[in-house]
Each structure stands twice: as structure tokens, then as C-alpha cells.
Design a binder for this molecule. Structure first.
Ligand SMILES: Cc1cc2nc3c(=O)[nH]c(=O)nc-3n(C[C@H](O)[C@H](O)[C@H](O)COP(=O)(O)OP(=O)(O)OC[C@H]3O[C@@H](n4cnc5c(N)ncnc54)[C@H](O)[C@@H]3O)c2cc1C
Length: 446
């Protein structure tokens, strides 16, 4: 009997298992990886849970991931753009103001200055300007000014989150969306080169195998302790032990760490005979998330010339299905056959999209052709994959609902780790850090 049952074999579950000697993973799918899965077909490799890169401010988490890849890694410098009215604007938008028409550049910089002055004045009067900004809409206006917010940040955020920025909480943005220094914005507006979001300016990517190369390496360290095709359906506690069942087979543990979505944990407890309070069921059922469709395209030759060294593109325009398009073969030449290009387009949807795979491909290819991102006659490979859940949506009730559910699961003695169990906007580095913390805590308790 393994002492620690780890529910879910994504990056969090695998990292945790690799750090424990007595852990066992139960994974629903026939392979591990979760959002960090990749497929290789016709010489192309795509990250099917969306484009992934490795970066972090946390040296420890970054070194952990890089050490798993050994020499199978490339270091890249970000060259990312936003498509705005047909122009390529440097990313982040506030660092690319000189790429806008002069009048729009002025509107952005003038309203940015006005927002900063207002915020300083309110702070001096002891009102917290963005502290008072409860909605994402208000936070973006307070921190970036009307120009930058209305031209790019609000439309892009509404496109990816599928919710009005007025109905979204600002609680997730602090620290995640950096507030740019005034000096940088002024310099960017005049055409000086400035960089924002600098902890992601240089990033890493596996040379071969896509982001799943990291998963494969962790899997090797957990050999013999991974049970695939095991969907956790019921969880219960009896005589001081935890029991986990997939409906056919039952496994027994001293402790469990859940990395599967929080609603699956609550519903599994219910199926295990637990009478979950109505307030917890209401809260868990009210949590909002988005699903993702990834459109994986292979191109003969290079994409449009101006795309030949782009890392990824943000597309706020409502008339284009994908919100983001990445060019993984611009990070590593080994993820596409010689002379071909790999393109990965991402589309969010609330739950699963009603469009068929064929419709999604057709719309995506036509939209990207019209936006001059690729030529549709060059497409030699096309495939769609869907992932759910993919993004946590911080609506106005998020804080309340998530704290009700977490408190309940903590009382039950279930340890939560990772993006969907904690139901938090966590990137890979945060998942690794979280798994390290849980491993330390479990070892200390022994
Ligand atoms: C589009 C997109 C792009 C991203 N890009 C980046 C990036 O560039 N850099 C970065 O650092 N992060 C990125 N992230 C975030 C990153 O993918 C996540 O932080 C990380 O993969 C989460 O890992 P996890 O193990 O917590 O969750 P998951 O990957 O969701 O793993 C959970 C696992 O549990 C399994 N499971 C679910 N239900 C059950 C069940 N009932 N029984 C058994 N098993 C179950 C799933 O199959 C899955 O394998 C991105 C995320 C998205 C959506």
C-alpha cells in the first residue's frame, strides 16, 4: 500500500510524486500530463493543451523544471506582438505605443498620465485607487488609463475570459499584470526600446517533444507508481484510511493529495457517501471556468514573411476566432519538419464549443488568412483538440465560493494542490512550487 494517494497526473501530481518515495498517482487518462500534453504527428509536435513556455521569477521552480530537461532545452528571447487594426504592435501594448498611429499613441500616453496623476492624488488623500477597483474593468482603467485599456486590454480580456470585464473581479491581476513604470511608457511612446513583463522576456522550451518532454522526464522518476486509466469517482474515509474508487477498483491510502478539479473532488466525496452541505454544493457548482480548443496547423514553408520570427501573437479583434496564435517552430526547429512551420491557435469557450472540429479549423484558417498571419493554401496539417477545464474565471463571486469549498475540504483532511484543485490561476512554476511545499509538509508530518 502506498501511503500517499495523488489524484491526477498532471505537472503538479508528477512533481509531487517525484519528490516522495511513498506516493502513487491515479490518472484518468491513458497518459499523464494534463494541460502539459503534446502530440507528435506528421513530423509536427504541438502542445495540445495550449502553447506552453517555461519561465519564472522563482529560481528554485525554474531550475527544477530545467534540470528535468537536461540538455533537451532551448533558450529563446520573446518576440511577441499584438495585432491592432492590422498593425503589429510590440507586446506588452504599453511598450509598443510607438507602433500605433500618432493620434492613438497620444491618446494612450495622455490617458495613462491622467490615470497615474489621479491614482497619486487619491493615494495622497489616503484612498487606495486600485484598491477600490473591484472589477477588472475599473482596475485596468485605473492602472493603464482609458486609451490602453479600451484599445487592447479590455477587448482582449473579454475575448479570452468570455465575460464582461465589469463582471470580472480584479483579485487575480495584482502581480500577474504588472503595472508599468511611467518612465517606460513615456519612452515607449517616443519610440525608445523598452521591455515589459521582463521575467518572461527570456524563456525556455524543450528542443524535442514539446512541453510533454518535461512530463516524460518526471514520469521516469515515478516509474511503477503511476496508475493510468483510473478515473477517481468516489472517495471516502474509513477506520483512519482513505479509499479511492473508479467504480471497479478501490485503492487505500493514509493520506490523499488531490490535483484533480475541485468539483470532481466534492462530487467524488458525495459518491463516497459523504453528505456535503448544501452551501458547499452551491459554491462549487457556481465556480466558473473556460474550456479551450487548440487548432494545430502545419504549414508548407514559412508563415507570412513578417511572422518568421514571432513567438506568439495576441488578437483582440472580435472578428477572428482565436485570441492567441503561437509559432512553436520559431522556438525550436525540431518541432516541425525541415522547411515547414508549426502554428498553434487557441480559442476559449464557456464549457465546450458547439462548433465541430471541421468548422473550427475552417473558421480559424480563414480568419488567420484574412489577418495575413498565414496563407490558407500552405496548410498541410490541421487538427483540433479540446481541453476542459482550461482557465479559471475570476467572476465577482469567486473569492466567496472558493473559500467556502476550500474550508470544507480542509476540514475533511484533503490536501489540495495545483491549478484546478486549488482553483487558482497557477502557471507551471506555481504548480511546481506548490508540489514542493506539499512534499515538505508531508515529510515533516511523518
Ligand atoms: C492555454 C494555456 C497555456 C498555458 N501556458 C503556460 C505557459 O506558457 N507557462 C506556464 O508556466 N504555464 C502555462 N499554463 C498553465 C499550466 O498549464 C498549468 O499551470 C499546469 O499544467 C497545471 O498542472 P496541474 O497538474 O495542476 O493540472 P492539470 O494539468 O489539469 O492536471 C490534472 C490531471 O488530473 C487528471 N484528472 C482530472 N480529473 C480526474 C479524475 N476524476 N480522476 C483521475 N484523474 C483526473 C487530468 O487528466 C490531469 O492529468 C497554461 C495553461 C493554459 C490553459
Amino acid at each position: 500500500m502506498s501511503e500517499v494517494g495523488i489524484l491526477g497526473g498532471g505537472l503538479t501530481g508528477l512533481t509531487l510524486c517525484s519528490l516522495l518515495e511513498n506516493g502513487e498517482i491515479l490518472e484518468r487518462e491513458s497518459e499523464c500530463g494534463g494541460l502539459c500534453r503534446s502530440i507528435s504527428e506528421d513530423g509536427f509536435t504541438f502542445d495540445c493543451g495550449g502553447s506552453h513556455i517555461i519561465f519564472s521569477r522563482d529560481r528554485n521552480a525554474l531550475n527544477f523544471m530545467l534540470s528535468k530537461l537536461k540538455d533537451n532545452v532551448v533558450k529563446c528571447r520573446r518576440n511577441t506582438k499584438i495585432i491592432y487594426k492590422g498593425r503589429l504592435v510590440k507586446y506588452p501594448f504599453e511598450n509598443g505605443l510607438a507602433d500605433l498611429p500618432l493620434r492613438e499613441n497620444f491618446e494612450c500616453v495622455a490617458s495613462f498620465l491622467a490615470a497615474r496623476v489621479k491614482s497619486r492624488l487619491l493615494n495622497a488623500l489616503r484612498f487606495h485607487c486600485d484598491g477600490g477597483a473591484k472589477s477588472l474593468h475599473a482596475w485596468l482603467l485605473a492602472n493603464f488609463g482609458r486609451g490602453i485599456a479600451s484599445k487592447y486590454l479590455i477587448p482582449y480580456n473579454e475575448k479570452i475570459w468570455k465575460i464582461s470585464a465589469k463582471e470580472m473581479s480584479a483579485s487575480w491581476v495584482d502581480g500577474r499584470v504588472p503595472k508599468p513604470p511611467l518612465r517606460d511608457v513615456l519612452r515607449a511612446s517616443l519610440g525608445f526600446n523598452t521591455e515589459g513583463y521582463t521575467h518572461q522576456l527570456n524563456f525556455y522550451y524543450p528542443k524535442r517533444g514539446g512541453i510533454a518532454a518535461l512530463i516524460r522526464s518526471l514520469e521516469r522518476e515515478c516509474k511503477g507508481r503511476i496508475v493510468c486509466d483510473f478515473e477517481v469517482k468516489a472517495i471516502w474515509r474509513e477506520n483512519g484510511k482513505w479509499f479511492v474508487s473508479n467504480g471497479e477498483e478501490c485503492r487505500k491510502y493514509d493520506k490523499i493529495v488531490a490535483t484533480i478539479p475541485v468539483f470532481s473532488i466534492v462530487h467524488s466525496l458525495q459518491r463516497g457517501g459523504e453528505s456535503v452541505p448544501a452551501s458547499v454544493l452551491r459554491a462549487v457548482n457556481a465556480l466558473v471556468f473556460n474550456s479551450l480548443a487548440t487548432v494545430m496547423l502545419g504549414l508548407e514553408g514559412v508563415a507570412e514573411e513578417k511572422m518568421s520570427n514571432i513567438s506568439w501573437l495576441y488578437i483582440p479583434d472580435a472578428d477572428c476566432l482565436p485570441h492567441r496564435v503561437a509559432f512553436p517552430s520559431n522556438y525550436s526547429r525540431e518541432v516541425a519538419p525541415e522547411g515547414k512551420t508549426a502554428v498553434l491557435a487557441e480559442i476559449t469557450c464557456r464549457d465546450t464549443t458547439k462548433m465541430s472540429d471541421e468548422e473550427i479549423i475552417e473558421r480559424t484558417v480563414n480568419d488567420l488568412h484574412r489577418k495575413k498571419i498565414l496563407r490558407k493554401e500552405d496548410v498541410c496539417f490541421a487538427k483540433v483538440m479540446r481541453t476542459s477545464p482550461a482557465y479559471i474565471v475570476y467572476d465577482m463571486n469567486y473569492e466567496h465560493n472558493v473559500s467556502v469549498v476550500r474550508e470544507y475540504l480542509q476540514r475533511k483532511g484533503i490536501i489540495l494542490a495545483g491549478r484546478f484543485a486549488k482553483f487558482e490561476y497557477m502557471n507551471m512554476d506555481a504548480c511546481v512550487r506548490n508540489a514542493m511545499e506539499v512534499a515538505r509538509m508531508l515529510k515533516e508530518r511523518c
